[in-house]
Ligand binder design. Structure first.
Ligand code: GLY
Ligand code: MN
Ligand code: MN
Length: 483
């Protein structure tokens, strides 16, 4: 059951209280009294009057689900009223956003400001014991701040971000439902013969988000394009044949990111079996997710299991331990098994040793692992094993010591499928984990949703399926007629 609107407000109340407690402790440890956060601005293109899409910075959206409001400030001082200075520029070229009115605003004194000078006047007269976090802007030097982006304070806040509050976890549940719904629509567009672009349109329509509202640009890769780990080309025309789709795409709900990958095969039984084997492997890895798990051990276990899978599939000839020791498994699985997830898709602090900083080293030979810490309750992680047929890595592997351990005719036959990745988002619970992604896929068929405010990125925000399908087929027609 999802919480009711009242319960959601209570979850936010607890979130606010906990963030104030954590921030107060971090401020005290670093010798400040208050924190000033800026939401950010949309940068302007070179010699142009156009801007890049606005993205609220993570330290700001940690506090408020306000993701599309540039130039806003939060003033946070433990024991004093929290202040939200909401930017409402005058002028007739744009429509200024209405000040937020949702339940969470009861925690803030709301002040409106038309420009930065007005914003400064809306803040306390002295900021001499206030630290600022955000992208600096020219007027900031006149604000009289104690510090701008102090590294020690940021380290403490980043370290703490691994643990999510129940409100954040509920937002992730909601976002996961949107992601599952959108992945099903994307799979349907693939099976209907859509281009990469049409498949992405189907995803966007189904979760009701524009691309700039997603936590990262979707990876929508047909056939051999699945071998590019962060593929971004979005071909407008469908390929001659649809062999496979690797789609890595997440939603954002109230500032919290989901990160989900599925791989589909059109009809080849051999590659379909390989996807099923990877799915089983991924589920086996998930069973290990619980408090106390050293993430480096899970990464190395993923390599052992992937080496077994590759051997069983006739792709390599080495034994599992040998393939791990020699580095052969990294030819096919070059990225990390997962990472922290939250306000950023690759959330901060994944390799931090302590709130003071320091680094927990990655295992030698695994430079791309983004998480090296030991899991604790209420952290959110992705589990995302994969195998890929990457030209660059395969070309290098033809030489000793790997060349004779690889079945090259098998690799040649599989290249056209690109790769496989299966990625779920998991909350670490007291005794194990909750798999947000699998739960959401299971629930995707169930229509009833609760009174929790229908945020962008949830299934309720979607364009109804029939018009979404019409959009997709229009996109496909436009692509094929060269419009
Ligand atoms: N979507 C990027 C990743 O899976 O890490
Ligand atoms: Mn990921
Ligand atoms: Mn991903």
């Amino acid at each position: 059951m999802h919480p009711s609107r009242d319960e959601s407000a209570q979850l936010y109340d607890r979130h606010f209280t906990e963030m104030m407690r954590q921030t107060g402790a971090a401020l005290r440890a670093c010798g400040y009294d208050a924190l000033l956060l800026h939401s950010g601005t949309a940068p302007t293109l070179f010699q142009d009057d156009q801007t890049y899409p606005f993205r609220a910075q993570a330290a700001f959206k940690l506090w408020v689900p306000l993701v599309d409001a540039p130039d806003c400030f939060l003033y946070l001082e433990p024991g004093a009223p929290a202040v939200l200075v909401f930017h409402q520029p005058p002028g007739f070229w744009n429509k200024a956003a209405d000040p937020p009115e949702e339940d969470w605003t009861s925690h803030f004194e709301l002040r409106l400001a038309g420009d930065r000078a007005a914003a400064r006047r809306a803040l306390p007269a002295s900021l001499a014991r206030t630290a600022f976090i955000g992208e600096p802007f020219p007027e900031l030097s006149g604000f009289g701040l104690a510090a701008i982006n102090p590294a020690r304070l940021i380290a403490r806040l980043h370290f703490a971000r691994a643990r999510k509050t129940p409100w954040q976890i509920e937002c992730l549940r909601r976002g996961s439902r949107g992601a599952a719904h959108a992945h099903l629509a994307a799979a349907h567009a693939f099976r209907s013969g859509g281009s990469e672009f049409a498949i992405e349109l189907a995803f966007l329509a189904a979760c009701g988000l524009r691309e700039q509202e997603l936590p990262y640009n979707p990876i929508v890769a047909l056939n051999e394009n699945g071998a590019a780990l962060h593929y971004q080309m979005l071909a407008r025309t469908p390929p001659a044949g649809h062999h496979s789709l690797l789609i890595d795409a997440g939603t954002e709900f109230s500032g919290l990111a989901t990160d989900v990958t599925r791989t589909h095969c059109a009809r080849d039984p051999d590659f379909t079996a390989l996807i099923a084997a990877m799915d089983t492997l991924q589920q086996r890895l998930c069973t290990h997710v619980r408090p106390g798990l050293d993430w480096r051990a899970l990464h190395l276990l993923a390599h052992r299991l992937i080496a077994e899978l590759l051997r069983d599939a006739g792709i390599i000839r080495s034994h599992s331990e040998e393939a791990l020791e020699s580095g052969l498994s990294t030819v096919f699985f070059p990225h990390g098994v997962g990472h922290l997830l939250g306000l950023q898709v690759h959330d901060v602090g994944g390799t931090m040793l302590s709130p003071e900083g320091g680094e927990i080293e990655r295992p030698p030979g695994h430079p791309h692992l983004r998480l090296t810490r030991v899991l604790e309750e209420e952290w959110v992680v992705t589990v995302e094993p994969g195998i890929y047929f990457i030209d660059e890595l395969l070309a290098a592997a033809r030489n000793p010591p790997f060349g004779r351990h690889i079945n090259w005719s098998r690799v040649e036959a599989l290249r056209r499928f690109g790769g496989i990745r299966i990625e779920d988002d998991l909350v670490v619970t007291r005794t194990g984990h909750e798999n947000l992604t699998r739960d959401a896929f299971r629930a995707a068929a169930a229509p009833a949703l609760s009174a929790w405010p229908a945020g962008r990125g949830s299934p309720e925000a979607a364009i109804p399926t029939s018009s979404a399908e019409e959009l997709v087929s229009r996109g496909a027609r436009a692509a094929s007629s060269g419009d």
